[in-house]
Design a protein around this ligand. Structure first.
Ligand code: ATP
Ligand code: MG
Length: 375
C-alpha cells in the first residue's frame, strides 16, 4: 500500500495533519524553514528549507506517494510541474495557483454567481480614488498575494487614508474591495475525495479581534436559512475547484440575511479545529482520507455545542507553558499545544476545544480553561 505523505509546511496545521496521518499508519515528511518545527516533532522527517525551495520540494516529492500543503506559500508552479509524475498532489496545484491570487479567486467566485464583495483591480492612486467613487467609503485595499491575519489589508475610510494604505502595502499587487458591513463571520470546512464526493462540517461562527481569529462557535448561532445558504455556497464552490482535500471557506452574514464568500483557504483551517473533539472524524483526518484516496468520514457533531479558543502569545520570547493542569481540570475540555519554541504577541501557540449541551456551557468551559494557560 502507498503510505508516504509529504507536506509542504510544518506549522501547527502540518502537525495536526501529521498526527492523524501517523495514527492511520502513514509515514510523514514535511518541509519547513524553522528547525524543530511543530510538525517535525510528531512526524518522521523534516527537510529544513523554505516553502518555495525547488530542491527540497523535489526531494519531498521523490520520497512521497501523496503530496499536500498546509500553507498557501507553497511553490504552486513547481507543484504543477511535478503533477503527473510518480506522486499524487492534492489539492490540485492549479487550484492553489488560482486561490493564491485573491483577485483571481474573487473573479472565480463571481463567475459562478456566488455573492462576493464588489472588487476591482487597481494599479495606481487614481484607480483607488475611482474605486472609492464607485463603491463609496469605506473600502478595503487588499494585497492580491500572501496576505494573512489581515496583514495584506488596509481599511480606507476616506480619501486621506489612501496614501497610508499604499504605503502599508507598497511593492505589492493590489485590488480594492467594497467594505461589507457584516453582522457575523461564518466558515464552512468542506472536503472532497478523489472521486468527487463532497462533505461539509456544520457552519461555524468565527470571532476575530485585530483580524485574528480568537474564538469559533459550532454550530453558528444563526437561523436555519442562513446555515443552509452557507452550506450550499460551500458545496457549489467545491464542485468547481479541482483536486481533493479539506478546504476552509470564510463567509460574511449580512444584516439582511445574505451570505457572501470572503475567501477560500485550500487547506485545513483554524475554524475547523473544533472537529478534533466534537466530531468523530476531524478535519485533519478528513484531509488525510481525501488526499490518499480513502472515503470521507462523518461530519456531524457528537456534541450539541462546541467552542474553540485560540491560545495566542502575549509577549515575545521563549515559550514556557504554564497552567496546563488547571486547564485540564475543566470538564469536557481538550488542550492542544503546538510545540512552538518561541512565542510572539498574537502568535497562534495552541487552542482549546470545549463541548457542552448549550453554547453558554461550552463557552464558559473554554474561556475558563483559556484563562489558566500562559505560554
Ligand atoms: N470586504 C470586506 N468587508 C468588511 N470586512 C472585511 C472585508 N474583507 C475582509 N474583512 C475583514 O478583515 C478580515 C481579514 O480579511 P481577509 O480574510 O481577507 O484577510 P487575510 O489576511 O487573508 O486573513 P486570514 O488570516 O483569514 O488569512 C476578515 O476576517 C474580515 O473581518
Ligand atoms: Mg481571511
Amino acid at each position: 500500500m502507498k503510505r508516504r505523505i509529504g507536506i509542504v509546511g510544518g506549522g501547527q496545521l502540518g502537525r495536526m495533519i501529521g498526527l492523524e496521518a501517523k495514527r492511520l499508519g502513514f509515514r510523514v515528511s514535511v518541509i519547513d524553514p524553522t528547525p524543530h518545527s511543530p510538525a517535525s516533532q510528531v512526524v518522521d522527517k523534516q527537510i529544513v528549507a523554505k516553502y518555495e525551495d525547488e530542491k527540497a520540494i523535489r526531494e519531498l516529492a521523490g520520497d512521497s506517494d501523496f503530496l499536500t500543503f498546509e500553507i498557501e506559500l507553497a511553490n504552486a508552479k513547481l507543484l504543477r510541474e511535478l503533477e503527473g509524475g510518480g506522486v499524487s498532489i492534492n489539492p490540485s496545484p492549479e487550484t492553489l495557483i488560482m486561490i493564491k491570487d485573491k483577485l483571481k479567486q474573487s473573479e472565480f467566485l463571481k463567475n459562478l454567481g456566488i455573492p462576493v464583495a464588489d472588487f476591482v483591480s487597481v494599479n495606481s492612486k487614481k484607480d483607488i480614488e475611482n474605486a472609492a467613487l464607485e463603491f463609496n467609503y469605506p473600502i478595503l485595499l487588499k494585497s492580491r498575494f500572501d496576505g494573512y491575519d489581515g496583514r495584506g489589508n488596509a481599511l480606507i475610510k476616506s480619501e486621506k487614508d489612501i496614501d497610508k494604505g499604499i504605503d502599508k502595502l507598497r511593492d505589492r499587487k493590489l485590488y480594492v474591495e467594497k467594505f461589507v458591513p457584516f453582522v457575523k463571520e461564518l466558515a464552512v470546512i468542506t472536503a472532497r475525495d478523489i472521486d468527487g464526493n463532497i462533505t461539509c462540517y456544520p457552519v461555524v461562527e468565527t470571532i476575530q479581534k485585530n483580524n485574528i481569529c480568537t474564538e469559533v462557535y459550532a454550530p453558528a448561532l444563526i437561523d436555519e436559512r442562513a446555515a443552509k445558504k452557507a452550506n450550499s455556497l460551500a458545496i457549489k464552490t467545491m464542485q468547481h475547484l479541482k483536486g481533493a482535500g479539506a478546504f476552509g471557506i470564510e463567509m460574511f452574514l449580512t444584516k439582511t440575511g445574505e451570505v457572501m464568500i470572503n475567501e477560500i483557504a485550500p487547506r485545513v483551517h483554524n475554524s475547523g479545529h473544533f472537529t478534533q473533539d466534537a466530531c468523530f472524524v476531524s478535519q485533519f483526518e478528513q484531509h488525510v482520507r481525501a488526499i490518499t484516496g480513502m472515503p470521507l468520514g462523518e461530519t456531524d457533531m457528537l456534541a450539541k455545542r462546541a467552542v474553540m479558543i485560540n491560545i495566542l502569545g502575549d509577549r515575545n520570547g521563549k515559550a514556557n507553558l504554564r497552567g496546563l493542569g488547571k486547564a485540564l481540570a475543566v470538564k469536557k475540555t481538550a488542550v492542544h499545544i503546538y510545540g512552538k519554541q518561541e512565542t510572539r504577541i498574537d502568535r497562534k501557540m495552541g487552542h482549546i476545544n470545549s463541548i457542552g449541551d448549550t453554547h453558554d456551557e461550552a463557552l464558559r468551559r473554554a474561556r475558563k480553561a483559556a484563562s489558566f494557560i500562559r505560554i
